[in-house]
Write a protein that binds this ligand. Structure first.
Ligand code: SF4
Ligand code: SF4
Length: 55
């Protein structure tokens, strides 16, 4: 299982800075490399719009 970033992402970058395995990439909407995500939830904890959700 992994987290996925929903369309509500405003590309603030907070999640990428918190990810312990650096598996979040920037873009118009940030994205998570599901093969590297360890499902820790840190990204969801810092996101202002609750865009990262468990898959
Ligand atoms: S759940 Fe954890 S490991 Fe997965 S993308 Fe979010 S911060 Fe990174
Ligand atoms: S913290 Fe939330 S809004 Fe900011 S880049 Fe990550 S997913 Fe997008």
């Amino acid at each position: 299982m992994a987290y996925v970033i929903k369309d509500s992402c405003i590309a603030c970058g907070a999640c990428a800075a918190e990810c312990p395995v650096s598996c979040i990439s920037d873009g118009d909407i940030y994205s998570i490399d599901a093969s590297a995500c360890i499902d820790c939830g840190s990204c969801a904890g810092v996101c202002p719009v609750d865009a990262p959700q468990p898959e």
